[in-house]
Design a protein around this ligand. Structure first.
Ligand SMILES: Nc1ncnc2c1ncn2[C@@H]1O[C@H](COP(=O)(O)OP(=O)(O)O)[C@@H](O)[C@H]1O
Ligand SMILES: [Mg+2]
Length: 359
């Protein structure tokens, strides 16, 4: 029997390049070689595509050096083929696992490219990926659909350029502190918590270095931060929510920032989260509803806040969440009874079973 050819895409142009390499390494290492042939495909930060031969373990991870795909390869793996544009080999693949986080990976662009080649792929399609990436669009849609979200103001480039006074007036109506965020970033890059109104303008200018589209949100103070993993159900059955997990950020960090996420051990991850039965059931139901509302496929991680009064608020949706064995998404499934290797296989099979294109 011919093996199924799986392309694993990693790296990419976003600030989450290295995190993507680490996620992809874990996935490449566990794919069942009896069933699948694995084709690792790296994308450099300047958008060159490199194809590697299969090898496990794929990378040797170190605490001090983050992996990066370059034209020379990644660590001691040399690329077999190097191409500026999507390589011709792409068309020979049966399914692609785009393990890419952030812009130009998790935002529908790669998904569109794969769709044009009529190849099956893991995860959300073009529209769901783009909406999930853009905090201004996803928040506005969630609000319009009646999902509970905190107060926010969105700022388009033209509004900031032509009507700054009015924008600042609207922000002044939010209660301080506020979070200033680029609409399309990730890993907390470009996000600041601002406690004085006089500092908002500078924070917006700094966030605009990452994206000219901005969202300013009222801070949900003293809230618990809870995440929930969702996957598509078997054979078009309803989507399934995992047991949720909690992030507890320790002293020294105002919030779950980049350092707390990847560089130090100041964030404690409690898997599964200790939640009251009713809150647990409501949160899992809402996670599935958000997944369905955005028409997600395969997988997504939905992040929430639970206020002091046990009110559940949706924070954001991630259509290609971190995927190392210690990342929240696989850990939540592990706690729910699905092991890492099984989860990877489930997602690849789900992608293969789903019709390609409009369906
Ligand atoms: N409105 C808010 N209230 C309280 N904390 C927030 C709010 N928005 C963001 N945060 C904090 O900032 C972190 C990053 O924000 P988030 O919107 O999740 O961006 P990213 O996509 O970069 O993960 C969150 O995990 C949380 O700790
Ligand atoms: Mg987040």
């Amino acid at each position: 029997m011919e093996k199924i050819r799986v392309g694993v895409l990693f790296g990419g142009r976003s600030s989450e390049h290295s995190i993507s390499c680490i996620s992809a390494n874990s996935i490449i290492n566990v794919i069942d070689r009896e069933k699948y042939e694995v084709i690792p495909i790296g994308i450099t930060k300047d958008n060159s595509w490199v194809i590697f031969s299969d090898k496990t373990p794929f990378l040797t991870l170190s605490k001090t050096e983050l992996p990066e795909v370059t034209k020379e390869g990644i660590q001691d793996n040399k690329p077999a083929i190097f191409s500026k544009f999507p390589p011709e080999e792409l068309v020979s693949l049966d399914v692609i696992f785009p393990v890419l986080h952030g812009p130009y990976g998790e935002d529908g662009t790669i998904q569109g490219l794969i769709d044009l080649h009529a190849i099956a792929f893991v995860g959300a399609g073009v529209l769901s990926s783009s909406i999930g990436m853009d905090k201004t669009t996803s928040k506005a849609l969630l609000k319009a659909a009646g999902f509970p979200v905190g107060d926010f103001v969105t700022i388009l480039d033209s509004q900031w350029t032509n009507d700054k006074a009015n924008v600042l007036k609207k922000i002044q109506e939010l209660t301080l502190p506020v979070f200033v965020k680029p609409a399309r970033a990730g890993s907390s890059v470009g996000i600041q918590k601002i406690k004085e109104f006089s500092k908002v303008e500078k924070a917006i200018e700094e966030a605009r270095l990452h994206d000219k589209r901005i969202i300013v949100e009222a801070s949900i103070e003293n809230a618990r931060e809870i995440e929930c993993a969702v996957i598509t159900g078997e054979e078009r059955k309803p989507a399934k929510a995992s047991l949720p997990a909690e992030i507890i950020v320790k002293k020294g960090h105002e919030f779950y920032d980049f350092e707390a996420k990847y560089m130090d051990d100041s964030a404690e991850l409690v898997v599964p989260a200790k939640l009251d039965k009713k809150v647990l059931a409501d949160l899992q139901k809402m996670a599935v509803n958000v997944f369905d509302f955005f028409n997600c496929e395969g997988l997504a991680r939905i992040d929430f806040f639970i206020t002091k009064d046990d009110e559940i608020l949706v924070n954001e949706i991630n259509t290609m969440p971190g995927f190392t064995p210690i990342s929240m998404f696989p850990r939540m499934w592990e706690a729910t009874g699905m092991k890492y290797k099984e989860l990877v296989d489930y997602l690849i099979q789900e992608a293969l079973n789903r019709p390609i294109g409009l369906h």
